[in-house]
Design a protein around this ligand. Sequence first.
Ligand code: GLA
Length: 747
Amino acid sequence: MPITWSAESQDFHLHNECISYAIRVLDNGWLGHLYFGTAVRAGRSFAHLAPGEFAGFANRVGDPLALEFPTGGSGDYRIPALAVEQADGSGVLDLRYKSHRIMASKPSIPGLPSAYTEVGGEAETLEILLVDPVADLEVRLLYSIFRDRPLVTRSARVTNVGKSAAIVRCAMSASIDVPDSDWQLITLNGDWARERHVDRRDLRPGHQSVSSLRGASSSQHNPFMALVRPSTTEEAGEAIGLSLAYSGNFAAEVEVEPFGTARARIGINPDGFSWILEPGASFHTPEAILVYSGTGLGDMSQAYHSFFRERVARGSWRDKPRPILLNNWEATYFDFDEARLLEIASSARELGIELFVLDDGWFGQRDDDTTSLGDWTVNRSKLPGGLESLARKVEDLGMRFGIWIEPEMISRASALFEAHADWAVGIPARPRTEHRNQYVLDMSRPEVVDHLFGVLSSVLGSAPISYVKWDMNRNITEPFTASLPAWRQGEFMHRYILGVYDLYDRLTKAFPGILFESCAGGGARFDPGMLAYAPQTWTSDNTDAVDRLKIQYGTTLAYPLSSMGAHVSAVPNHQSGRMTPLSTRAAVAFFGVFGYELDPTILSEKERSSLAEQVAFYKKWRQVIQYGRFHRLLSPFEGDGNETAWMTVGDDRRTALVGFYEVLNRVNIGPRRLRLRGLDPAALYGVSVWPADAEPSVPTVTVGGDVLMAAGLVIEARRTSSLGDSLSRVYVLERVESAGSNGADQA
Ligand code: GLA
């Protein structure tokens, strides 16, 4: 049984082969945190970790109490997990254990994305009921532990059992007290076109946090953080990951208090948030996913990768090979008609590309970005036969067809705005701020969601559409909804994202065969909440191969390759202006869900044959890439950042691909060794290099898995300067059948 309860010691112990999480009901009924870390045996006592009789915070010296769901106002001055203003205006809470139950399942969270189980016995859930009879509040804390996964999911439900309304001011999904502060904090930060760059810093006394107030999880900060020991590496040391399945305003925060312990919390950003809890009503927090690894960051990431891929992502595309797509955006922008699109699609088809995606500009009067968002009817002057004619012709070419939509937006110049100006988010007495010439629709209003479900259902039902890119190109300003009274405006941002989830839920259920890819001006909503509906996300608008190294490397801290849209685009790159070799653009994009963002009709024959070869290569290795185990080998965030390397290994360890990238050519240097990971030490691998004409040409060699991991792969030095910068190589490792082999290398 993965969850045990000892009535004698009042301890809960959630455990599996990988981790233990221990909680104690303290003498005064508070819920204490004892331990989260490497698995210890069931039945072990944690008694020596529990504090003695509690005499109140004010009297204490020494270590502060480690608590599971702390509240403020009675001496614990650290960041709380829950703050509720009661009818008398006070905010003090005193939550005491009342009861618990253990369920052989994992409940879902109403209206919010959450992890799920698929087979019986896969997870158990502990629900602990805490009550505060003065505040008339019940709080249910939910903890689920999954078989064979080093993680615990957490969420909370707050219920008003009184006769007057209360105001939830802060409701975190998880809070955890760790017994020392000798940790570093890793977060993923950036902006448009440079999302999820890795930052690692020492914990300092006081607060350190990342958060969003933009209405989206944001490209500036990701709803993820990790606490790692200063000595933790990819392969060794402790790492605690905290991730939030939420796509709106979040906060991830750590506080180091004077005695040197640290409290980490993650959840909805309390800034600007409040929620009126009427008598009898409940508030559900989003779900947090807490991973523990005692064996480095790599294992933490792999736990997130497989969990997000297998138990957060849903739908018919979850486990399927994702198609190689070509998107017309950078090929045509808004300037296309049916003939032009078919020319591009048929050229793409000749290269083996499987899916043609029609991006922005197919609807309303949209010839540039000043108009028509909200008017989801086909622009007949561009597409006289509608989406149906185009989609059928694309299908006749032997490809699938997909479209771009941006449901949550409205242009001032649109029929929708003329009919429903009040549906645009804004404060009546103030001007609305325009971004990219557009406003945001008030997704907190059910009638807006109903309208969008209606019009988008008819678009998606009007043609054989296999794929949808769901964009969201601006953040929310002037947050306000005309549908709520003054005292409930603090609910707006959360209600907005609940509306987005509702629409996603209804559309994905109504069109279960469609592959959804989420997007927010690139990767501004790359979070596990989105992955529950759209198993892949457009990683960044920046397709420059050099810039993508950092973006993709950082993204893999938490997210699997199967979720990362990665495309080859033209040079000079449309975002950076940089020239990079075509093979390097592909070698970077291979490590994701591969595709193209260019016009294949204007390429030379040589380039076209390279593209055909890339497509064939990706198809051959797609399973290993999209569903293998990923390892980071060289970080672009360390040293001078000139080299990046990573690899992915098939589940059966029979095959692996290694990507090695060098941004600037270094003159007159020798060969280097790159130690690999995750191979079968007993196996022999044939190692070849892609592309086949890579310089210098490297003969295929056969090397033991143990040798490749212990001594390394040899990265040959370049012999010519004529190739310039940004070279890359992909090493292909294929297991050589060698029954009875003594493990000797064969040249
Ligand atoms: C956003 C997306 C791009 C493209 C444009 C279309 O910027 O991230 O990929 O779809 O919108 O307007």
